[in-house]
Design a binder for this molecule. Sequence first.
Ligand SMILES: NC(=O)NC1=NC(=O)NC1=O
Length: 163
Amino acid sequence: MKLSQFNQLPAEQAQAALAHCVAIKRWQQAVVAARPYASLAMLYQQARLLAEGWKRQDFVQALAAHPRIGERASGEGKEAALSRQEQAAVGADAELQQALRLANDDYEQRFGHLFLIRAKGRSGQEMLAELRRRLANTPAQELEEALAQLREITLLRLEESIA
Ligand SMILES: NC(=O)NC1=NC(=O)NC1=O
């Protein structure tokens, strides 16, 4: 979608155009409310700024829309398709998938929620290494890291949707 189109859509449709970027309604509504944007750079900057304010409850709300790393997103929605595309690097390596499954289990035991990482541009091995590295974080450190990854995923999806 072009920026000019996004600027002119009725608010509900503009919000729907952002829904697959991240499942945080407050963020979607705030990005829409700040229209019209004079440039793409201004849109992306505002979107990033608004994402800086995310807290734990936003994060938990957003996680529901992300499949585990290494597991194929089911469903035919746009989010599921994006997740499959982003996670394509994990591929069909059964040993790697098993290692990711075990590491995801450890992570969820320790932090009580899904492990989230910006998967695009990362190999399955890199993500496994990151998962194992982050397992050593304190809960506070890990929330910050996970929020930063959610922001990266969100901005990547926004830059692909409105350009
Ligand atoms: N658990 C996850 O990190 N999931 C995902 N990361 C991405 O970049 N796309 C996903 O679906």
